[in-house]
Design a protein around this ligand. Structure first.
Ligand code: ADP
Ligand code: MG
Length: 681
């Protein structure tokens, strides 16, 4: 009896795929036939024979000619050999050399027409052979696949071919016919076939175009569906007490900006509805997100629910807890701080966990310690995450599951360029604080060479004389925390030597205990320390308005978003602030990045520039910026396709026919992939 074939059959159904190969394939993330068919080549080798005159030095090419000399094999070293022969191409004779492939000699006969793929050495007029092409049968383009030590890419390719042969009739079209016509796209079968085994460069390109559209389109259909689904009324309704919120707002030492008022209204409207709030609050550094969070959290408390604020570092948790304690001191809010430091003390831990579980604590501020297993809430109504880009999606998800579907507000100072808005945050509603509190002066940013450090110190000294406080950020050593620390200590000693005894210098780094960090931060806030040398632990959230100078060493080692965040630690008061970037960038890309920093303080502009520059400087750019990992499409380079796909997807999901009518194949696909868990990571 033959079993029904399914695309999710394991790869072991293919002939010759035993346990060893299964493991090797699994390591490449290929588990099923479908995975195999989706394991697209990441580039092509061009096997179409080229004209010698057009070939560049060191280029990989196929050359076609007539063998003009007997093959000669010479042996050297231990077990090494070299195979040489001459090839006549039109009127020129070149040398062809294969290393350690002496067995090829028997295929080479004088006078025979041959096509050989290899690397061209122009100086020596020599082709370093990679393989002999079976001139007639070979495709013009040969896909190159991801492979490993355990499984060669030629084997992967062979399996793809077998899988395609046996399963291609199961490939169904997910893009509706009308769209395929409108955008002149291939059917799914044709697309898959032509990506793996293109007849020529043109069909390969067309297939890829379809593939990119399909990938973005399916992603967007899921995102749009999720968004619509989230609006279903099975969340909680927070009946907050507006008069109490007004009391809180009236107590503030400042009036809210128009933008703050607007986003508070957007958030409160969501809280009041019985669907899940899933909202992103974006606002540049210093735009005043904390108070917006406080108002939202307080709203949840007045509605009789518990509320939680999750932040990425202990310093930040501490700082927010202190601010909130002050803010809510005359209001009826039972506030708690939960970090790994507070959880570390057994007695305190027990008490705290008990009070969260029995609902005694109204509002808790914490680090990721909040999402540990033994932390339970009685009635969690709202979760706010600050600087949420530091948390993974799964961490946010866990916290969300701790309540009965609490409303979620994520705050970020990393502005999202359109690309990210369309991908990473596509399923969320977005509120934007687009103005800074009045009276802020633009931070002046100056780029200096490393050898100008003394000048920088002279400047710092002058500012200190005027009563300012200063941050010095030590260079980022991404590879090792230990090196990071050593570096920070060196910078610290240097700063001490240069500025003490007149001024006091402190050190802050990630390896310090929570309590030590607290002490240092407190001393800096109290102006007992004038200069704070720090690693990037101060990157997020730290708020000391009297600090007006920021010096960043080896600034070119940091990402633009990170530099912007770091710089955001100054310019928080009414005094003129300065940011000194010390850097000797190694290339134009590095210089361009430094220039962007000196030219603008606008986080949105920086984020957009960042993506653009990364596109040129670093192929992994979009991945690092948090864009989901697409197989074919590049959301930055193919932004226009992404936009079209989003527009069409939104249209389709809106259509009531989507769940019932003739697009049911697409609908089934969406349901299936949402059940098996959709990852935006
Ligand atoms: P961020 O958005 O970077 O988290 P914060 O919430 O830390 O910014 O706010 C930055 C500073 O601005 C804080 O010292 C805060 O008290 C102050 N602030 C917030 N809103 C206003 C406002 N409307 N007017 C004046 N100052 C404000
Ligand atoms: Mg903040």
């Amino acid at each position: 009896m033959t079993k029904m074939k399914k695309l999710d059959d394991p790869v072991s159904v293919l002939p010759g795929v035993g346990p060893k190969k299964v493991v090797a394939l699994n390591k490449l993330n290929i588990n099923t036939i479908e995975d195999l068919l989706n394991a697209f080549p990441f580039r092509y080798e061009d096997f179409a024979a080229r004209k010698l005159a057009e070939v560049n030095d060191q280029e990989k090419v196929a050359l076609k000619g007539t063998v003009a000399s007997e093959p000669v094999v010479s042996r050297f070293g231990r077990n090494k050999n070299r195979l040489n022969f001459r090839l006549l191409i039109e009127h020129e004779v070149i040398m062809v050399t294969f290393f350690n492939q002496a067995y090829l000699a028997k295929q080479i006969e004088t006078g025979k027409e041959m096509a050989i793929y290899g690397k061209w050495d122009a100086k020596k007029q020599r082709l370093m052979g990679i393989k002999i092409l079976a001139a007639a049968a070979e495709d013009e383009l040969g896909g190159v696949y991801r492979s490993s030590k355990e499984i060669k890419q030629s084997q992967v390719k062979k399996l793809v071919a077998e899988a395609f042969q046996a399963y291609h009739e199961l490939l169904v079209d997910l893009i509706p016919l009308a769209l395929r016509k409108k955008y002149r796209l291939m059917s799914r079968v044709e697309m898959v076939r032509n990506i793996h085994f293109p007849d020529n460069a043109t069909t390969a390109k067309l297939a890829r175009r379809t593939g990119i559209f399909e990938e973005f389109f399916l992603f967007q259909v899921k995102v749009q569906y999720l968004k619509k689904h989230n609006r279903v009324a099975d969340g909680i309704k927070l009946d907050y007490d507006l008069s109490k919120l007004k009391v809180l707002i009236a107590q503030l030492p400042f009036t809210l900006t128009a933008a703050q008022k607007r986003v508070v209204n957007e958030i409160c409207a969501d809280l009041h509805h019985d669907y899940h709030m899933n909202r992103l609050l974006q606002g540049d550094v210093g735009s005043g997100k904390t108070i917006v969070a406080a108002i939202a959290l307080y709203a949840a408390v007045t509605a009789g629910f518990q509320a939680a604020l999750m932040v990425p570092t202990e310093i930040l948790a501490q700082q927010h807890a202190e601010k909130f304690a002050h803010l809510f001191k005359d209001l009826d809010v039972n506030l708690a701080l939960l970090t790994s430091a507070t959880l570390g003390r057994a007695s305190q831990r027990k008490e705290l966990l008990k009070n969260l579980a029995n609902g005694q604590v109204d509002l808790v501020v914490g680090t990721h310690a909040l999402i540990q297993d033994d932390v339970n809430f009685k009635k969690l109504g709202l979760v706010v995450t600050d600087e949420q880009h530091r948390f993974g999606v799964s961490q946010r998800q866990i916290l969300r599951q701790k309540g009965h579907a609490p409303d979620v507000l994520m705050m970020t100072a990393t502005p999202i360029p359109r690309t990210l808005a369309l991908t990473t945050y596509g399923e969320m509603d977005v509120s934007t604080i687009d103005e800074l509190p009045a009276g802020r002066k633009a931070i002046e940013t100056i780029w200096l060479k490393n050898k100008q450090q003394e000048q920088a110190y002279a400047f710092i000294e002058k500012q200190l004389d005027n009563g300012a406080q200063v941050y010095i950020v030590s260079p980022l050593i991404a590879e090792s925390e230990m090196m990071d620390l050593k570096n920070a200590e060196e910078v610290y000693l240097k700063a001490k030597k240069r500025l003490e005894p007149q001024y006091h210098v402190g050190l802050l780094h990630g390896k310090m205990k929570g309590e030590e960090k607290e002490q240092v931060m407190r001393a800096f806030k109290a102006q007992q320390l004038h200069v704070l040398v720090a690693t990037t632990v101060i990157e997020v959230g730290v708020d000391v308005p009297n600090a007006t100078v920021m010096m960043i060493l080896d600034a070119d080692r940091f990402g633009l978003a990170q530099l912007h965040q770091l710089r955001g630690r100054v310019g928080r008061g009414t005094q003129q602030s300065y940011c000194l970037l010390l850097a000797d960038p190694k290339n134009e890309y590095g210089s361009a990045r430094m220039k962007v920093m000196t030219q603008t303080n606008d986080g949105f502009v920086i984020a957009q520039k960042d993506l653009e520059l990364r596109g040129q400087g670093d192929v992994l750019g979009s991945k690092q910026a948090g864009v989901p990992d697409f197989k074919l499409g590049d959301p930055v380079a193919n932004l226009n396709v992404l936009q079209v796909a989003q527009k069409e997807a939104a249209q389709i999901v809106k259509d009531p026919m989507f769940t019932t009518g003739n697009q049911s194949e697409l609908y089934r696909y969406v349901r299936r992939s949402l059940v098996t868990g959709m990852s935006f990571d």
